[in-house]
Design a protein around this ligand. Structure first.
Ligand SMILES: [Zn+2]
Length: 210
């Protein structure tokens, strides 16, 4: 079994490098780790076919949606993730939650659309809560303009850059059944697939899911 990356943080792994929580990283808190595993157990893992399905537009901005957003926000936080799409919890609705920055502020976007992108592209490593332990290089536009609704149904228009732009694009991909495996280099994909195959191979491996 390949070990998990020690500093795995979810959808967006590397940027920005803020030296906060040094204590946490130096000595992992067993309670926090237990919470993380409980949250991860509720998040669909590759190759669950739901991760390949396209989510449908949200039509009702109701209590059910609010509850879904609440649950997803809790799960993302519990799993130490930077973003979580509804498809990852088995709900085929176009909604995701993501961190706006490294300070922990989160937002929920419903029926999100990418309406503009800058010319500059950047390659950075991305992780995914549905592909635990993998970090794959993905090239994406550095800046994007997006439109969405908030969970109350109000229009949202945002200019996102860097971390937030990457997180948005990663989560939007989830709503279309696209994973970082599809966006990375051929070489990284081959390596990742080999690791994934190893992981789902015969019983007795740690982390087996039933
Ligand atoms: Zn993901």
């Amino acid at each position: 079994m390949a070990p998990q990356a020690p500093e795995y943080t979810g959808a967006v792994a590397s940027e920005p490098e803020t030296p906060i929580d040094e204590e946490d990283e130096a000595q992992p808190d067993p309670e926090r780790e237990a919470r993380r595993l409980v949250a991860l157990a509720q998040i669909r893992q590759y190759p669950d076919p739901v991760l390949r399905m396209r989510a449908r537009e949200v039509e009702a901005f109701d209590e059910e949606l609010a509850q879904l957003v609440h649950r997803m926000t809790q799960l993302m936080a519990g799993a130490d993730g930077a973003g979580l799409a509804a498809t990852q919890v088995g709900v085929l609705r176009r909604v995701f939650v993501m961190r706006k920055d490294d300070n922990g502020a989160t937002m929920a976007l419903v029926n999100p659309k990418l309406v503009g992108r800058g010319d500059e592209l950047e390659i950075d490593d991305e992780g995914c809560l549905s592909l635990q332990g993998l970090l794959l290089p993905v090239e994406r536009p550095v800046a994007v303009t997006v439109k969405a609704k908030d969970p109350g149904g109000a229009d949202v228009e945002l200019e996102l850059e860097g971390f937030a732009a990457r997180a948005f694009q990663h989560e939007l991909d989830h709503l279309d059944g696209v994973l970082i495996l599809d966006r990375t280099t051929d070489e990284a994909r081959r390596e990742a697939m080999a690791r994934l195959r190893q992981r789902s191979a015969p019983r007795g491996t740690t982390g087996a899911r039933l």
